[in-house]
Design a protein around this ligand. Structure first.
Ligand SMILES: Cc1cc2nc3c(=O)[nH]c(=O)nc-3n(C[C@H](O)[C@H](O)[C@H](O)COP(=O)(O)OP(=O)(O)OC[C@H]3O[C@@H](n4cnc5c(N)ncnc54)[C@H](O)[C@@H]3O)c2cc1C
Length: 403
């Protein structure tokens, strides 16, 4: 039993990253009394997230976006530039949001502002309790999952959401297998000030070590995700601010003019992983507990938010019909609904990343041809943009429909 909480809840969420916070908010908004546990992250997260249009709509519907809007920058144009210097080079491809009748593909926001807005929303929901404790064990049984905390105390619920990131304890407790691979790449993340405007344009340079992606922030600021081989990433991360700014200016072909590096650098080894099942034994996995993809094309957390919306909508519908919210029916539907969206995006991003690393000429040619066709064929181009922003079948929250 925990202070001020009885020994059972309607639902438990393990993990208070953006996917877990969103899942907890959806469940509580739908009337389910929810407890969220999170051990606070060891290091501050200096990354930013490009939230695509459906995610922004869902956060608006949940009453979160108002607090994010002032900190977020629109993404109106996306450029892909082949900077591999190889024989088979792809043409530059430029996508404009207005080609598919959107004002912006989405908005880029620093993770700290997104988390702050999500945490603020949790405080306004009386049936949601955020507990800053580490979970020590998760034990499923036929009628409920029991979660025990490191500093004592247990809680039971008929549904537990595993939002506890890459090394998910919930995934292990559910006995769900994961297929994973590590790339010989590390992403260096930095926020920058620059002398020239970004014109709401994100630019992804494809280099022989991976993508070098500049994404607008508000004002003359941008975030950089620079994918490098591990030794190079360590070297760059150890440079002083002036030398690092010089390297960034060179690699970005000075498109943003003079660059100033802001405090805080992150290093993220790149990884691809997908679970065989999204749920089992009253445990449903969301976010990086279920899938990890390289940071190309801004898909990772957008998938995580669709996971959170989907399990939330299914559980709330079951709750309102007085059905078992963690029963086999809800979990099987969740597994079915998330498979195609996560599977297709993981495959596409994995392939694109691997073609960058490949020295095999026909592979480089195929990548160049693919981008050439996308650039030249209007309907294909618009289909790629629409599918990139959102899958054909989206959760209701992503379509702006309240629970
Ligand atoms: C360089 C980079 C750039 C990216 N850019 C984008 C982008 O532009 N757009 C996009 O959509 N995605 C992007 N992503 C992906 C995105 O960052 C991730 O999908 C997202 O951060 C995952 O969120 P999460 O909530 O699933 O997991 P996490 O943020 O890892 O949260 C897991 C939480 O669980 C908690 N936890 C773990 N174990 C326990 C325990 N035992 N007890 C209690 N709490 C526990 C941790 O403290 C943590 O708070 C990027 C990723 C990288 C690496």
């Amino acid at each position: 039993m925990l202070d001020g909480i009885s020994d059972s809840a309607g639902a438990i969420v393990v993990g208070g990253g953006p996917a877990g916070l969103t899942a907890a908010i959806v469940l509580a908004e739908g009337g389910i009394s929810t407890v969220l546990f999170d051990k606070r992250p060891a290091k501050p997260d200096n990354r930013t997230t490009a939230l695509l249009a459906g995610s922004v709509t869902a956060l608006g519907t949940l009453g979160i976006w108002d607090r994010c809007a002032a900190q977020a920058a629109p993404l109106k144009t996306m450029r892909i530039v082949d900077a591999t210097g190889r024989l088979w080079r792809a043409p530059e491809v430029k996508f404009e949001a207005n080609e598919i009748d959107l004002d912006a593909f989405g908005y880029n926001i620093e993770n700290r502002h997104l988390i702050e807005a999500l945490e603020h929303r949790t405080l306004s929901l009386p049936n949601l309790r955020f507990v800053g404790y580490e979970v020590a064990s998760v034990v499923p049984a036929s009628d409920a999952v029991t979660v025990s905390l490191k500093n004592g105390g247990t809680l039971r619920a008929p549904l537990t959401i595993g939002a506890d990131g890459r090394n998910s304890m919930c995934r292990a407790a559910a006995g769900i297998k994961i297929e994973e691979r590590t790339y010989p790449q590390v992403a260096l993340t930095i926020c920058l000030k620059h002398s020239r405007p970004h014109h709401d344009t994100s630019t992804e340079f494809h280099t022989p070590t991976g993508a070098f992606t500049l994404v607008p922030l508000s004002g003359n600021r941008s975030s950089l995700v620079w994918v490098l081989d591990p030794a190079e990433a360590d070297e760059r991360a150890a440079l002083d601010d002036a030398d690092l700014a010089g390297e960034i200016e060179r690699a970005s072909h000075s498109i943003l003019g003079k660059v100033e590096v802001e405090p805080g650098r992150g290093l993220f080894p790149l990884h691809v992983a997908t679970v065989r099942h999204f749920a089992d034994k009253r445990i449903a996995l969301v976010g990086e507990a279920a899938h990890v993809i390289p940071p190309i094309g801004a898909q990772g957390l957008n998938l995580g938010l669709r996971d959170a919306a989907t399990i939330g909508e299914l559980a709330v519908a079951a709750y309102r019909e007085h059905h078992d919210i963690g029963g086999a029916g809800v979990l099987a539907n969740y597994d079915r609904l998330r498979r195609a969206d996560v599977g297709s995006r993981t495959l596409a991003i994995d392939l694109l990343n691997r073609t960058l690393l490949s020295d095999f000429l026909p592979v480089q040619g195929a990548r160049g041809l693919g981008l050439y066709l996308i650039d030249r064929i209007g309907p294909l181009r618009r289909a790629v943009m629409r599918e990139g922003v959102a899958p054909t079948a989206q959760p209701r929250l992503m379509r702006g429909e309240a629970l």
